[in-house]
Design a protein around this ligand. Structure first.
Ligand SMILES: Cc1ncc(COP(=O)(O)O)c(C=O)c1O
Length: 391
């Protein structure tokens, strides 16, 4: 069995607590101001022109830089150990702007592992602009070989999710980054599932880290947001080619909500993590549960879990014992505490059928169900699952 999680980095906990603002001399607000202004006046024309020449750093127009949004970006960059960060109106906006900024016609993206569906749909749209993609599902000892074999001379970007969407499989991030750099290929990871607290891909050699902030970072199911973190050069390129031109920015009020969420992320995540693991272990022994997909319970990736993660959140999947998809839905309908909804990462527990009703994807059978464990308490949640599964 996989050893216990490592706990959070205490420095990270302080970064989150201080996301609202650093203590300074005199009386300062404990949260960054919401600067609800679309533009910024300058005392002299020369200052305006100077601001326009350095718009990624200077407040000129809020489609570029806004002080409240910048406060969130600074905290997220610190947590991911990145030079810089830009926040977007959604996770998909961050992914879209990044692909738009780093790829050219003729390039190929290699997706490795289980990837969030809309990211793949976006890649399909990019085919109209001469950008191709393929996907592999690397596993175990041969994971790196699977990736290496799938590279083409046109591969410009390896894009991964680890833990992967729905099945939470892990990939050898350090080895992937080494391979990519030896071929002059960029690496990007959607780190949403791990949050910046449980995995830091930049320290493992990855170039670009993406997040949907709509999940644990916001944490209260009341805001949509996204972020990209990388080196100064890459973030500047994404800012100039993607952020400013696509206009999919993070609004000041939403950035404020995300900053507020970030301040309690360590406390919430510890609870999500502990309760999620308690539930996953109980369900692994449940007579009506066939399989549990949770990194802490997967002996096959125990080494990777120890090396590259500090733990796992409250998100995992199970295969339930049901003869068909209708019976899976009926089981979910019996749940009283778990809500039936998309998304995850809030204080309320949620479920969603994660399998394909038509049975056409062997990786995602009809009886696969994803759970997002909220903060209601594991005993209560287990009672709810027990009565719905029918023991
Ligand atoms: C792993 C992952 N990445 C990206 C996204 C997209 O984020 P958003 O909904 O904020 O656009 C999601 C949303 O569910 C997700 O689960």
């Amino acid at each position: 069995m996989v050893a216990a999680m490592r706990g959070l980095d205490s420095h990270d906990e302080l970064i989150c607590l201080r996301a609202g603002g650093q203590p300074q001399a005199g009386a300062e607000p404990v949260l960054p101001p919401i600067v609800q202004a679309s533009l910024f006046r300058h005392a002299r024309t020369a200052d305006l022109l100077d601001g326009l020449a350095h718009e990624s750093r200077r407040t000129v127009y809020s489609r570029g830089t806004n002080p409240g949004v910048r406060a969130l970006e600074t905290s997220l960059a610190a947590l991911e150990r990145a030079d810089d960060c830009r926040c977007f109106g959604s996770g998909m906006a961050a992914i879209a702007a990044t692909l738009f900024a780093v790829l050219d016609s003729g390039d190929h993206i290699l997706f490795a592992g289980d990837i969030y569906g809309p990211t793949l749909q976006l890649a399909t749209q990019l085919e109209r602009f001469g950008i191709t993609h393929s996907q592999v599902f690397p596993e175990g000892e041969t994971a790196l070989d699977t990736i290496e074999t799938a590279l083409t001379p046109a591969t410009r970007l390896i894009f991964v999710e680890s833990p992967g969407t729905m099945l939470f499989g892990l990939l050898p991030l350090e080895a992937i980054a080494r391979l990519a750099h030896s071929r002059n290929i960029l690496t990007a990871i959607d780190n949403t599932v791990a949050t910046p607290l449980l995995q830091k891909p930049i320290t493992l050699g990855f170039d670009i880290v993406l997040h949907s902030c709509s999940k644990y970072i916001g944490g209260h199911s009341d805001v949509i947001g996204g972020a990209v973190m990388a080196s100064e050069d890459l973030v500047r390129r994404i800012f100039e080619r993607g952020y400013m031109l696509l206009g999919c920015i993070q609004a000041p009020l939403d950035a404020f909500l995300l900053t507020r969420g970030l301040m309690t992320l360590p406390a919430r995540l510890k609870q999500h993590q502990a309760d999620g693991e308690t539930l996953a272990r109980a369900l692994a022994d449940h007579p009506r549960v066939r399989r549990v997909f949770h990194p802490a319970l997967n002996d096959g990736s125990a080494d990777l879990f120890q090396r590259q993660m500090r733990g796992h959140s409250g998100l995992f999947s199970i295969e339930i014992d049901a003869p068909d998809f209708d019976r899976v839905c009926a089981c979910l309908d019996r749940l009283k505490l778990f809500g039936r909804a998309v998304s995850w990462g809030g204080v309320e527990s949620l479920v969603i059928p994660a399998g394909r009703a038509d049975g056409r994807d062997p990786r995602r059978p009809f009886n696969l169900v994803r759970l997002s464990v909220g903060l209601e308490g594991p005993d209560r949640l287990l009672d709810d699952l027990d009565q719905a599964l029918g023991q």
